[in-house]
Ligand binder design. Structure first.
Ligand SMILES: Nc1ncnc2c1ncn2[C@@H]1O[C@H](COP(=O)(O)OP(=O)(O)OP(=O)(O)O)[C@@H](O)[C@H]1O
Ligand SMILES: [Mg+2]
Length: 333
């Protein structure tokens, strides 16, 4: 069992926690929707921890991070010789999560051809490993998450309607941080304490004007962006008084404007703005991926999806910088 940091006392967040308590004891699928960084995985873990399955495994799989050709084997496992390179029988995530919970992140990226097999295991609790005719039965609760509009994907025939309804038995919608401004101060205090301890950099005071700047920001990257911002702020504050980066104080909240934009537009603009600030550098300590709190590969994936030219960002960089990035990437593996 793990302890979860679930900070927030706004009415919107308390309503989410009430939902978590209500749906945790049952076994139906849950669809957690919300913008990037709103805490979908945190809430999935909270559901597992509050459920009777808490003493069994919580297995997570990001459907967008696995090439579609490998996803079936990753989910359902394979027999020896099922495909080139399959040198031993392998259990998939469904079997690993038997008795526990399987969290399917970025479910909107599940390839259409795999969706019937997922639907079957949700309905019948059975499947076959790749290359096998033997049926495997499992007892797994599925929690799925997405920051895409699944209903819209269904309308565009990019996601199966039957699977959508099956997953959407218990929907949870996480509010964006800009709609729960009341939580910004407790979250800031929590992250300041966390990073002050981690970076060995005591911070005694969060000035009111800093809190006002944080409350006025739009936070398109939500809690992850706030967390990242506070990490940088703790690191770069000259003394024990928290200071936020200048570029933030210049960011004016444009709620009325953002309300008329689509989520994709907002994400696109935010990524472009961050790339501009980092001179189109994606990786590295000062790169856009780090500022946005995303792994470099995830940012590149999102840029491609949003039609942002990656070539410019990936233009030749000094050899030392590339070497540094590769060292860091290797170190984080
Ligand atoms: N209520 C909370 N209290 C404290 N930290 C939180 C809370 N919610 C989220 N976080 C932190 O914010 C970060 C983002 O959360 P999480 O990964 O769950 O978001 P997400 O919605 O799954 O994002 P994405 O769509 O990009 O995958 C994590 O570091 C998480 O620990
Ligand atoms: Mg996530």
């Amino acid at each position: 069992m793990t302890t979860l940091d679930l900070i927030g006392s706004s009415p919107r967040f308390r309503a989410v926690l009430t939902e978590v308590a209500r749906i945790a004891p049952v076994d139906s699928a849950v669809l957690i929707q919300g913008e990037t960084g709103t805490g979908k995985e945190v809430i999935a873990r909270a559901i597992h921890e509050a459920s009777p399955r808490r003493n069994n495994r919580f297995v997570a799989l990001n459907c967008a991070a696995i090439p579609s050709a490998l996803l079936e084997s990753e989910l359902f496992g394979h027999e020896r010789g099922a495909f080139t390179g399959a040198c031993a029988q392998t259990k998939g995530r469904f079997q690993m999560a038997d008795g526990g919970t399987l969290f399917l992140d970025e479910i909107g990226d599940m390839p259409l051809e795999l969706q019937p097999k997922l639907l079957r295991v949700l309905q019948e609790r059975e499947f076959e490993r790749l290359g096998s005719t033997q049926t495997v039965r499992v007892n797994v609760r599925v929690l799925a998450a997405t920051n895409q509009d699944l209903a819209e994907l269904v309308a565009k025939k990019l996601f199966r309607a039957d699977l959508f309804y099956r997953l959407n038995v218990l929907p949870i919608c996480l509010p964006p941080l800009r709609e729960r401004v009341q939580d910004i101060l407790p979250l800031t205090e929590f992250f300041v304490a966390k990073f002050a301890a981690r970076l060995n950099k005591p911070i005694d005071l969060i000035p009111d004007e800093v809190v006002e700047v944080l409350k006025a920001h739009d936070w398109p990257g939500n809690i992850r962006e706030l967390q990242n911002c506070i990490e940088r702020a703790v690191l770069f504050s000259p003394g024990s008084v928290l200071r936020v980066p200048l570029d933030m104080t210049q960011t004016v909240k444009q709620r009325s404007e953002s309300a008329s934009r689509t989520l994709a537009d907002a994400n696109r603009e935010h990524i472009l703005e961050t790339l501009k600030q980092t001179n189109w550098m994606i990786g590295g300590q000062d790169g856009a991926a780090n500022r946005l709190g995303l792994p470099r590969t995830t940012l590149i994936f999102r840029m491609r999806k949003l039609g942002i030219e990656t070539r410019r960002a990936l233009a030749p960089r000094p050899i030392q910088q590339l070497a540094d990035e590769q060292c860091r990437a290797a170190a984080s593996c």
